[in-house]
Design a protein. Structure first.
Length: 603
């Protein structure tokens, strides 16, 4: 029986259970079908497995009205003030989380807490009942093979581990849950596990399921390989590596236990080793094997299990109704957008090195970050021509004034972000708030090559995990293990830089762990921008109060001689940077139901 994720979702649609938050069988009339009877039908059992996948939230721009999580960090601001839920204004409370996820199936919205616990419940129900599904290794028509059954169980366990991992990123330690709870269960008896206990349990789950999963999924192949978007060995290693990195980080490792860093380094190295030894995963390069300079196609192509998408470890498996309209809700006004959406910050732009490998800005002389401390060694940086001679990823990820957008009819179009230009700074939702527009997920070729932002033909795809993350995670963890940085740390870091067309890290940073730590963190900031890492990184590094008090932008003025002048300005003051914002509060109703669980610090 060959089963892929598309077929699983079709089964859900056919069964009419895809939008159900409760046990799908709750929708069936009493006495018509018992749970045991349902799981005896492989097609129904397959549908219940698909329901666990369907519990994965949309990520991307599903946080409010087409808002990305990046706008709640120092990466970006969102110009849609009329739909601002108030995170940056400090409105998070026990009863209200401004990062409620919207654009769920059926247009619903929900708290992150509820979304992930729903997925855990679905997984536990599946695991408690999958034994009812018949097995026939001779290929019976109303059964699955023992190999497939082991794989289904592994998928459900790994999804459950993933949901736990996502919960602890936001909320710290939670109750490890391996069974569904009956309606009569006394939740007042539950005690939360620590972050470390949760991390160790997640690691064990990942290790346990490895033998029963394929290395990678393909569109064709053996019965266990088909189904791009479903769980693999590589996803298991990725979940393990990420959670161990978080466990070793200062927020969760205040005593700086080097063994935790060592475990994190080993786990990230396992991801790299599986990629390099099997050849199934590799960093993305253009088809001519040149460094990626202007576009990252891997964000605009659906993973089909082929070599062109080999950097993607796990792409979001569910459709999201805004993906085909990315430019419509994050685009430029001269292209007929609905809103400008995610506007990159000046701080992010400052983080891109010069092409020679020097940071152009070393810090700021004031709290508002309007007075940059320029790097005297960055001779190729010119504040009056600030986007020249920069890391090619700046052009790949950000639209700045004069950057090439695409065709407007038969003509090339370059964005006009200078004052009175077609794409100027404004508080109108259709215009940038910072002097920049996001490019990373943008497809400039959609609409038959014309500048029609409303065309749904362009697509953007969300990578939950991609290989570059783990080269950087390995470099970060291994750097903390050794007093003097090793060649392995530099090799991992430089592989990501080389792919982008950047030189090896400067030698002046390579002999000092503290200096190299800052360059590793900066590399992560640049390479993984807008992919929901920065929001968590500044928290696990305990630097939230240094990064999130304000974001700035760049006001560009066109002079009479067609040159430009540049002036920094505060785009947004922010109020969600105190220590208590490092971990979200447990919702009040949950604390009421679970008094032994305990609330997070400061709440």
């Amino acid at each position: 029986m060959k089963i892929n994720i598309k077929y699983l979702m079709l089964c859900l649609m056919f069964l009419g259970i895809s939008g159900c938050k409760k046990d799908p069988l709750d929708k069936l009339p009493d006495g018509v079908l018992t749970r045991e009877q349902a799981y005896k039908d492989p097609a129904l059992a397959m549908g219940f497995l698909a329901e666990i996948y369907a519990a994965i939230p949309p990520y991307f721009d599903g946080y409010g009205f087409y808002r990305m999580l990046a706008v709640n960090s120092d990466e970006a601001a969102d110009n849609d003030l009329q739909n601002d839920p108030g995170w940056n204004a400090g409105r998070l409370s026990l009863n209200y989380n401004p990062i409620a996820v919207q654009n769920l199936r059926g247009g619903a919205s929900s708290r992150l807490w509820d979304i992930y616990w729903n997925g855990i419940r679905q997984a536990n129900i599946f695991l408690e009942n999958i034994d009812f599904t018949p097995v026939d290794d001779l290929g019976g028509s109303n059964a699955i093979t023992s190999e497939q059954k082991k794989m289904w169980i592994a998928e459900a366990r790994l999804l459950r581990a993933f949901f736990h991992a996502e919960l602890i990123k936001y909320y710290g330690g939670v109750v490890i849950t391996e069974k569904s709870f009956p309606v009569s269960f006394d939740f007042g008896t539950l005690k939360r596990n620590t972050f470390e206990e949760c991390a160790n349990w997640i690691v064990k789950e990942c290790d346990d399921v490895l033998p029963d999963l394929p290395v990678r999924r393909h569109q064709s192949g053996t019965a266990t390989e088909v189904g791009v978007g479903r769980m693999t060995k590589m996803i298991a290693l990725a979940i393990k590596a990420r959670v161990l990195l978080y466990n070793a980080s200062p927020l969760n490792n205040p005593e700086n236990d080097i063994n935790k860093w060592r475990d994190a380094a080993i786990a990230s190295k396992a991801v790299i080793d599986l990629a390099e030894t099997t050849g199934e995963y590799k960093l993305y390069y253009h088809t001519d094997n040149s460094p990626v300079s202007n576009t990252y196609e891997l964000f605009r192509q659906k993973d089909n299990g082929t070599s062109e998408m080999a950097e993607v470890i796990w792409q979001h498996p569910n459709p999201h109704n805004s993906l085909g309209h990315f430019a419509y809700v994050h685009g430029i006004p001269s292209a007929g957008n609905h809103k400008a959406g995610t506007n990159p910050s000046q701080e992010l732009v400052d983080a891109f090195e010069t092409i020679s490998g020097e940071p152009p800005v070393l810090g700021y002389a004031d709290e508002d970050k309007l007075i940059p401390v320029l790097n005297a060694d960055a001779a190729d940086y010119n504040p009056q021509n600030p986007y020249a001679n920069r890391d090619p990823r700046l052009t790949a990820f950000v639209y700045y004034n004069g950057a090439y957008w695409g065709k407007k009819g038969a003509n090339d179009y370059y964005v006009q972000i200078y004052q009175n230009g077609l794409d100027q700074v404004s508080n109108n939702r259709r215009y940038t708030r910072t002097g920049y527009y996001i490019r990373k997920f943008m497809d400039p070729t959609r609409g038959n090559g014309t500048l029609s932002a409303a065309s749904p033909s362009g697509q953007a795809y969300w990578p939950i995990f991609r290989l570059a993350e783990f080269y950087l995670s390995y470099a970060e963890a291994e750097n903390e293990v050794n007093a003097i940085p090793t060649a392995e740390v530099l090799s991992a870091l430089n592989k990501v830089r080389a792919r982008a067309g950047m030189p090896d890290i400067k030698s002046k940073f390579t002999g000092n762990r503290e200096l190299l730590r800052e360059r590793i963190r900066n590399e992560r900031r640049v390479e993984l921008c807008f992919e929901e890492h920065r929001f968590f990184d500044v928290r696990r590094w305990n630097i939230l109060d240094k990064t999130d008090k304000a974001v700035t932008g760049m006001l560009v003025t066109k002079n009479v001689d067609n040159t430009f002048s540049y002036s920094r300005f505060v785009a947004e003051k922010r109020y969600a940077w105190a220590n208590k914002y490092k971990i979200l509060p447990i919702p009040l109703n949950e604390i009421t139901n679970m008094p032994l669980h305990g609330q997070n610090p400061g709440w």
